[in-house]
Design a binder for this molecule. Structure first.
Ligand SMILES: Cc1ncc(COP(=O)(O)O)c(C=O)c1O
Length: 391
């Protein structure tokens, strides 16, 4: 019987051995064997089948991390999923696995600003050159390809500006030029977009966000196809970038309701977006406007939209923008997103990074809203009262 993924998430990983619905947390540094012979047997099995869950030391994982990896592999429809201590660890692992001194990488201009710092500044110290491309003009990607280009790194949509790119075209440019591809898919998660199926070699999700869903865990996942598996597996072992069992347990527990939460984030965000789209004081950065490129690119590749959106506000009075944000009562102020609660941020320069293709005028300001699982009419009423301050 073929089951829908929603049903799979509810029924998978029941532990009849321990008689618990959720699998237990297995904490181990030393993994104990009955005999030396048993150790060698396990090592031989691990060599033969590196994704089979055979461990001889806790840094490689335990059954708790293995269960999470198996669930995510099914969700991603990938060859394997590596789990890392943070989402940013997964970004690092993806890039570190496939680049070496002398290589070049081409990166989407609106990447998450720590990804920008990693590629533009840190990798430069290791003689790895980064070139940024304009997400709205893929000619800037194509024309920068050289013999040294190893990787195209995409984040979709673009961080804070929510640019939706032609993902299929990026994959076909990469394949034509024999270049590897990675995408940060934290916004959509594989529930709404399956990058490995689309042809990407690697796909990153910060599990800190929607996977865990409760704003109290850090984690990351890196899905891979067979082609890059060995490279990433090797780099993962060398760096020791592995998720601990307690966090793996909480993320597995969060995943049980991923579909329910994301469906509701989508519905709530749609209602709030409809309200926001009528206001002339700002441009809504969310895929809602049917005649826009962003909407077309979103529709072409995604089966849904999550709860994170932006506002590009035009105002000569920055204090009124700050007052608008500060007057929200149901939105918390804080970094991250993907939890059950609504959040707001007024973006300063450091959040957008020093982008090549983003020219914000002095009177243009970016605000980010995460639409949580509250009653959407309450959120709309809250935004309405706060907007009185925007001049
Ligand atoms: C798009 C995106 N990718 C990656 C990360 C990094 O994830 P983490 O905070 O789990 O390291 C974040 C964090 O905000 C993010 O927004």
């Amino acid at each position: 019987m073929s089951k829908s993924f929603k049903t799979f998430l509810k029924h998978t990983a029941k532990d009849f051995h321990n008689q618990s619905v959720n699998p237990p947390v297995v904490r181990a540094s030393t993994i104990i064997f009955k005999s030396m012979k048993d150790i060698r047997k396990t090592q031989a099995k691990a060599k033969k089948n590196p994704i089979g869950g055979f461990y001889d030391y806790g840094r490689q994982g335990t059954s708790t991390t293995y269960i999470l990896q198996k669930i995510l592999t099914k969700l991603e429809e990938s060859y394997h999923v590596f789990t890392t201590p943070t989402g940013f660890g997964a970004v690092f692992l993806a890039i570190f696995s496939v680049t070496r001194p002398g290589d070049e990488i081409i990166v989407a201009d609106p990447v998450y600003s720590p990804t920008r710092l990693l590629t533009e500044k840190f990798l430069k110290e290791f003689n790895i050159k980064t070139i940024f491309y304009n997400p709205n003009d893929l000619k800037t990607l194509e024309k920068n390809i050289t013999k040294r280009t190893k990787l195209i790194f995409v984040e979709n949509p673009g961080s804070n500006t929510f640019d939706f790119q032609d993902l299929g075209k990026i994959v076909s440019i990469a394949k034509k030029n024999k270049i590897l591809t990675a995408i940060d898919n934290t916004w959509g998660t594989p529930y709404f977009l399956k990058p490995i199926k689309l042809g990407f070699d690697m796909s990153i999700v910060s599990a800190t966000k929607y996977y865990s869903g409760h704003s109290d865990v850090m984690g990351g996942s890196l899905a891979v196809n067979k082609k890059v598996f060995s490279k990433v597996h090797n780099a993962e072992r060398i760096t020791g970038l592995r998720l601990g069992p307690d966090d793996a347990y909480l993320i597995t527990r969060g995943l049980r309701t991923l579909d329910v939460r994301l469906d509701r984030h989508r519905e709530n965000a749609k209602k709030v977006a409809l309200f926001l789209s009528k206001n002339k004081k700002f441009k809504l950065l969310y895929p809602y406007k049917k005649d826009s490129t962003n909407f077309r690119m979103w529709k072409k590749y995604y089966s849904g939209a999550s709860g994170l959106m932006g506002l590009k506000i035009k105002s000569g009075n920055v204090n009124s923008v700050k007052k608008f944000v500060n007057s929200l009562k149901l939105f918390g102020y804080g970094y991250s997103w993907g939890g059950f609660e609504s959040l707001a941020l007024h973006q300063e320069f450091r959040e957008t990074g020093n982008r090549k293709y983003l020219k914000l005028a002095k009177n243009e300001h970016l605000v980010r809203l995460h639409i949580g699982l509250e009653e959407p009419n309450d959120l709309i009423a809250d935004i309405k009262q706060a907007l009185r301050h925007l001049k």
